[in-house]
Design a protein around this ligand. Sequence first.
Ligand SMILES: NC(=O)c1ccc[n+]([C@@H]2O[C@H](COP(=O)([O-])OP(=O)(O)OC[C@H]3O[C@@H](n4cnc5c(N)ncnc54)[C@H](OP(=O)(O)O)[C@@H]3O)[C@@H](O)[C@H]2O)c1
Length: 411
Amino acid sequence: MTALVTGGTRGIGLAIVEELVGFGARVHTCCRNENELNGCLRKWDHLGFGVTGSVCDVSIRAQREKLMRTVSNLFDGKLNILINNVGTNIRKPMVDFTAAEFSTLMVTNFESVFHISQLSYPLLKASGVGSIVFISSVSGFVSLKSMSVQGATKGAINQLTKTLACEWAKDNIRSNAVAPWYIRTSMVEQILSNKEYLEEVYSRTPLRRLGDPKEVSSLVAFLCLPASSYITGQIICVDGGMSGETKRGDIMVQAGSICRDDRWSHLGVTALVTGGTKGIGHAVVEELARLGANVHTCSRNEAQLNACLHDWEMKGFQVTGSVCDVMSQGQRVKLMDTVSSVFSRRLNILTLNDKQFLEAVNSRTPLGRPGEPMEVSSLVAFLCLPASSYITGQIICVDGGLTVNGFFAKL
Ligand SMILES: NC(=O)c1ccc[n+]([C@@H]2O[C@H](COP(=O)([O-])OP(=O)(O)OC[C@H]3O[C@@H](n4cnc5c(N)ncnc54)[C@H](OP(=O)(O)O)[C@@H]3O)[C@@H](O)[C@H]2O)c1
């Protein structure tokens, strides 16, 4: 795997470089300060990391172009991983921003990211399996004092994350963003040296502490691994629960705890699942039955249906079945008569499973396919590891980009 990490000599970028090297990636990085870069390169060389680097100010267009020529030469025109990490901040009330300050933030935080992504596209595509991770911020979700412009640039990054997930899915390039709250780095050293401010930050953070760069780099690395292959278009906060501590979040948590038992049971519920002997329909029958539902299913193939019914009986599931071709109106009417009598005229769940439905799902999903159970369990396992110790309160979709897909006409 080959990777470009912008701003890899300090803070979050440095942790990402070292994390990716730990997973065996060949990494190139850049920054403005040549001495600092050379110091890092010597250290990495000594450790046997084989990281390369260039001096580049990403706020200057010509330097971005030169950087990408270097990367292309180094990695034979192929890049698997692009981490758009560089970002800066100027804190002041919105009305006090000068045109030059506004421009500095827009160019460094957003224009550079947009352009580097554009320049990286042919390399990511050529690699066959590409992944972009943007380093955003919670300021892109919630309003933070004196951060109007920085927040707007991060909001723009969040939207770009979603758009690229849909636009580049066809090239097998995934696009995700990681949005940190306060992480101990040189960027926030000065503001956090104010004890009162630090106390306010703690009181606003459910985990009651700052994050460590390694708690960001672990998620970034996860998002570049095959284990996250069905995650795209997501913006995930690494924030000790900060962004989830809103009124809406509280209500959701309370509602969840009140309803927990009901939410996880289908006891007493009746369900009809068409086409339940194979594929998704089969999985749906088993999922519902496992949760206690009485399920009726149908199939055109009697032998296959009987084999499934036998298997479900062995598993202790309450599943009945009929032979039915749902293309035939007469057979559909007969099926519904059977369902009505089996369930005493009461049906809670109807799942229509057919090829057209699957095609409709695929066409609406940027990655163009359903996910595999292992693509969900890998994220679940990651969220249970110490590596995700500053992630809490997050709802992460593993959906091939479905939930961020607004309208991408085929024309
Ligand atoms: N730390 C936090 O609490 C926090 C919270 C939310 C989001 N973030 C985001 O996380 C990212 C990294 O922040 P950090 O805290 O790790 O910052 P940092 O400690 O200041 O490190 C920034 C890195 O980027 C390089 N850099 C800065 N400007 C550059 C430019 N114009 N061109 C090329 N390289 C440049 C720096 O090297 P040179 O100075 O030598 O160029 C350094 O290697 C940023 O996008 C930031 O907005 C951080």
